[in-house]
Ligand binder design. Structure first.
Ligand SMILES: *Cc1c(COP(=O)(O)O)cnc(C)c1O
Length: 464
């Protein structure tokens, strides 16, 4: 199935014009604005299956599923048809003031079907950031109703990503973002379970327990009566695909169970199949009270996010008088919800998720793990359709390939040049390919990655 082509092939003139208009008028997220104003970037004009095409018609295999969201690739006619039909029937109506719409209702009911048991209520937003803002509002409301208003503090982790509004970046632990904001006063950060960086001489399993017990120490320091919730991604995505040691989540669960604090699983990346199961909390056997979702819920075809609210929290907030004074004009937008319904139908009913869990994920893992033999790869981390490759100059000392992440940036640029989109995070190359790849396409992805790693080891003078 192919998407409609542009009526005219992009001309060099047209491509240049767009490139310049972009540079002059369009401010980009997470971008060096001065550099962009001078140099501009890559204009992506169309996409098909797992490939994007830029304005010069260069074809690039998308090893990142867009921004971790186009999990089913770019050619999904049933999602497009669902959005189109919805726009022709009811293009917009709000969910305020006791109104609802069929798409939002149906999506909520479908989510109840695919979410872990005990999740039956859903609050819709346009994005993951807004969903995490909503989490703060829901948790405050919950403890207010329970007459524990002093429980206000959120604990999160360094190098976590929870979005980019002020509240979401406060929850997040990205130092570059914190430098540019005055964050919320009631968020505290603990160590991340990043064994390769911080594990020292501990085994991964030992280090997983140490990292988890930082939560226990922090709660005890702040006083359980003041702590409302712990928020974490099952696997940190933007932070560099930090796959935690297997000892980590059971220990976190024990600590939360023994104390009266809520556990929030930010599944904006891990949700909807990325880790091999519907949700990352299922992969790790943990039982959150709130789940943040976005990105893959609509396959990236419409802006959509939200919070899945457990019965434990819902039973409090739906049985108390007074308005929950929070929401967005586009909460439950019918076209976005239609995209969500069609995406869930594909994942559940076409066997894509089952295929990813049983065949594609294990194949991707096997091919990625082979790269741990490469001269500059210090560690390979994989889970489901997520992978990270730590680049080093020396495998024993873990000395980084280049200063300030330059090794990973060089390898990423080589990969893109050779037709593979991947990301550099710190000293790692990361990848999160769509679930609709064939094994042959995984092979091509690996070949291009190896070529980029070879070029990087030459550039930084490492002998294979
Ligand atoms: C992308 C992301 C968000 C933010 O989602 P937006 O839709 O960009 O606001 C939040 N949490 C995680 C884990 C993410 O990866």
């Amino acid at each position: 199935m192919t998407n409609r082509k542009p009526l005219q092939p992009a001309t060099a003139d047209g491509a240049n014009k767009l490139h310049n208009l972009d540079r002059l008028h369009h401010l980009h997220p997470f971008t060096d604005l001065q550099q962009y104003a001078n140099k501009g970037g890559r204009v992506v004009s169309r996409a098909e299956h797992i490939y994007i095409f830029d304005a010069t018609d260069k074809k690039i295999m998308d090893g990142m599923s867009g921004l971790w969201c186009c999990n089913l690739g770019y050619s999904q006619p049933t999602i497009v048809a669902a959005i189109t039909e919805q726009l022709q029937t009811l293009p917009y109506y709000n969910s305020f003031f006791n109104c609802s719409n069929e798409a939002a209702i149906t999506l909520a009911a479908e989510l109840a079907d695919v979410m872990p048991s005990g999740f039956n209520r859903f609050f819709f937003t346009n994005s993951g950031s807004e969903a995490n803002d909503t989490n703060i509002r829901l948790v405050h409301r919950y403890f207010d109703i329970l007459e524990k208003p002093q429980k206000r503090i959120f604990i999160s982790r360094k190098n976590a990503y929870h979005g980019s509004t002020i509240a979401a970046s406060s929850l997040g632990g990205m130092s570059a973002m914190h430098k540019q904001i005055t964050g919320l006063t009631y968020v505290e950060h603990i160590e991340q379970p990043y064994w390769f960086e911080n594990g020292g001489s501990n085994t991964p399993e030992e280090y997983g327990l140490i990292a988890a017990r930082a939560l226990e120490a922090k709660i005890d320091e702040l006083g359980e009566e003041n702590v409302a919730a712990f928020i974490a991604e099952p696997i940190q995505g933007a932070g560099g695909v930090i796959v935690p040691p297997t000892s980590y989540w059971p220990e976190i669960q024990r600590i939360c169970d023994e104390r009266d604090i809520l556990l929030i699983s930010d599944e904006v990346i891990c949700g909807f199949g990325r880790t091999g199961n519907w949700f990352g909390c299922e992969t790790y056997g943990m039982k959150p009270d709130l789940i943040t979702f976005a990105k893959g819920v609509s396959n990236g075809f419409q802006p959509l996010g939200g919070v899945a609210v457990s019965d434990k929290v819902a039973n409090v907030i739906t049985t108390s008088d007074g308005e929950f004074a929070h929401g967005f004009t586009y909460s439950g937008h019918p076209a976005a919800c239609a995209a969500g319904i069609a995406t869930i139908a594909l994942l559940r009913d076409s066997g894509i998720l089952e295929h990813t869990r049983q065949h594609l994920g294990p194949y991707f893992r096997q091919r990625c793990q082979e790269l741990s033999e490469h001269a500059i790869v210090g560690e390979v981390r994989t889970q489901g359709m997520l992978a990270a490759f730590e680049l080093v100059k020396n495998k024993d000392s873990k000395e980084r390939l280049g200063p300030d992440g330059s090794g990973a940036q060089f390898a990423r640029d080589c990969a893109i040049e050779s037709g593979l989109m991947v990301r550099a995070v710190g000293d790692s190359i990361i990848s999160a390919p769509p679930f609709v790849c064939s094994n042959d396409e995984i092979n091509i992805l690996i070949d291009r990655l190896v070529a980029a790693l070879d070029a990087a080891s030459d550039e930084f003078g490492v002998r294979g």
